[in-house]
Design a protein around this ligand. Structure first.
Ligand code: UDP
Ligand code: MN
Length: 467
């Protein structure tokens, strides 16, 4: 237990786990700037090959120093913030499959050079069965590099899966090897900026039942530009009924919650993106860690989000903790179980946590019925932790997300002078096909003129896909 009643100090006064070598200011990408290639360079075959391998510009990534600094564009309140002198220790867990050398090493250096020596317990790397034939750098070269440069923090024995397990089980392998008070998960293509760790650890110390995420900055996939941001740009996590994670600009909520642009306070978030977060190690296990029967990629973030909120914990984003992540438009690697593995993950999370709301996924948003394996252990966990219903979560946490149940909403016709709001095959030029317009009322039940209220007092008429 951390004593919350002790002196506080600024990030600048702490000693970091590793000293950053002097970096020439003129190097490409310094400060988080974009690396702009000449027209000639852009045509090099290596550039196209790098994109193909990683779905980001590996050629640009290689040009940037592994020790680059990121200009600190956070608000002054965050830069000057003080945190407890003694905080819990962190085990940073990084899982990877077929990652690029430049992103993985820069992730590690950014952690070492921006984490106080007194708090960084270790960095745990889990190789989820990288294809070493196609990625020779990730084999002996990586092992030797670790021995030479990271010995104090990364175990000599790199943990390598003997078969592809997917990211959920890779993170579980990492968590099992960790011994710090707090688990801090990162993807293998991140850049932590100065002062990223203290806010996460302090919040977890204050509230051991919340997972705390940093603000996730975009490292642009083509030129690796990255910028720190002020709190009013903080986005929080939400979801669609098709069970995909999306962002909601905190900006829109700011007025509701009365939070200032320069606030250094945590913001509750209904869901998390999943790759970057800190959680008390004991609470991680107490609250059900992960569903280890999930495959490949996807679903584990929403599963954890719903579970934490419904079972007495929560998720918060700290505006002063900021970490970059390369967002890719498509995945560069194959998932052995493919779409079926993904759909199975979705069914497992929906069937355990969504209660009657699962109808919104299966019947209206493209959810695919099918096998989901055995979910009895997850249901038993829900029982044991006496978790609240999904309706409670919608009413108290995910309050900005709209929905309606057809049998539980006001239904009717919107009409004036015998003309009804209508969608569909309206006569031209009144409205093109499927557009909205008016048409003489026919008051047909279930027809194109029926409109319904959603819970957020919107009007809808569609009862099927995409509502
Ligand atoms: N990953 C893994 N095994 C897999 C799929 C992904 O270890 O089967 C790793 C991947 O290398 C990355 C993290 O899990 O470090 C998250 O995956 P990714 O970055 O592709 O997801 P995204 O950030 O695009 O959602
Ligand atoms: Mn990622």
């Amino acid at each position: 237990m951390v004593n919350l009643d002790q002196p506080t100090i600024r990030a600048q006064e702490r000693e970091m786990a590793m000293q950053r070598p002097r970096v020439l200011a003129a190097l490409p990408g310094e400060g988080g700037d974009a690396v702009v290639l000449s027209e000639q360079e852009k045509k090099l075959p290596e550039v196209a090959a790098g994109w193909k391998r990683h779905s980001f510009n590996e050629y640009v990534c290689e040009k940037i120093s592994l020790h680059r600094t990121i200009r600190d564009d956070r608000c002054q309140e965050c830069i000057d913030a003080e945190y407890l002198e003694i905080l819990p220790t962190a085990s940073v867990v990084i899982v990877f499959h077929n990652e690029a050398k430049c992103t993985l090493l820069r992730t590690i250096y950014s952690v070492l050079e921006n984490s106080p020596v007194s708090m960084l317990k270790e960095i745990i790397l889990i190789d989820d069965f990288t294809d070493l034939g196609a990625r020779p750098d990730m084999g002996v070269f990586l092992e030797n590099y670790i021995k030479k440069h990271f010995q104090k923090y990364v175990s000599n024995e790199l943990i390598r899966h003997k078969q592809r397990e997917g990211l959920t089980r890779a993170r579980l392998t990492g968590a099992a090897a960790a011994s710090g008070d707090v688990l801090v998960f990162l993807d293998a293509h991140c850049e932590a900026i100065s002062g990223w760790l203290e806010p996460l650890l302090q919040r977890v110390a204050e509230k051991p039942n919340v997972a705390v995420t940093p603000v996730i900055l975009n490292i642009r996939d083509n030129d690796f530009e990255i910028r720190a941001t002020a709190p009013h740009n903080v986005q929080i996590g939400i979801f669609t009924w098709g069970m995909t994670f999306t962002w909601e600009r905190y900006f829109w909520r700011k007025r509701l919650n009365n939070v200032k642009n320069n606030s250094t306070k945590c913001v509750p978030s209904p869901t998390m993106a999943g790759g970057l977060f800190a959680i008390n190690r004991e609470y991680f296990y107490y609250s059900g860690s992960y569903d280890e029967q999930m495959h490949g990629w996807g679903g584990e973030n929403l599963e954890m989000s719903f579970r934490l909120w419904q079972c007495g914990g929560g998720i918060e984003t700290h505006p002063c903790s900021q970490v970059g992540h390369v967002f890719r438009t498509h995945s560069p690697y194959k998932i052995p179980e493919g779409a079926e593995g993904y759909n199975l993950n979705m069914r497992r999370l929906v069937d355990v946590w969504l209660d009657e709301f699962k109808e919104l996924y299966y019947s209206r948003s493209g959810g695919v019925w099918g096998d989901e394996g055995d979910i009895s252990e997850r249901l038993a966990l829900k029982e044991k932790l006496q978790c609240k219903s999904f309706a409670w979560y919608m009413d108290n946490v995910a309050t900005s997300i709209d929905y309606f149940f057809a049998n539980d909403t006001r239904t009717g016709f919107l009409h004036s002078n015998g003309h009804c709001l209508d969608v569909g095959n309206l006569p031209m030029p009144l409205a093109p096909q499927n557009d909205v317009g008016t048409y003489p009322c026919h008051f047909e039940v279930g027809g194109n003129q029926v409109v319904m209220f959603t819970r957020l007092k919107g009007l809808t008429r569609c009862a099927k896909l995409g509502c």
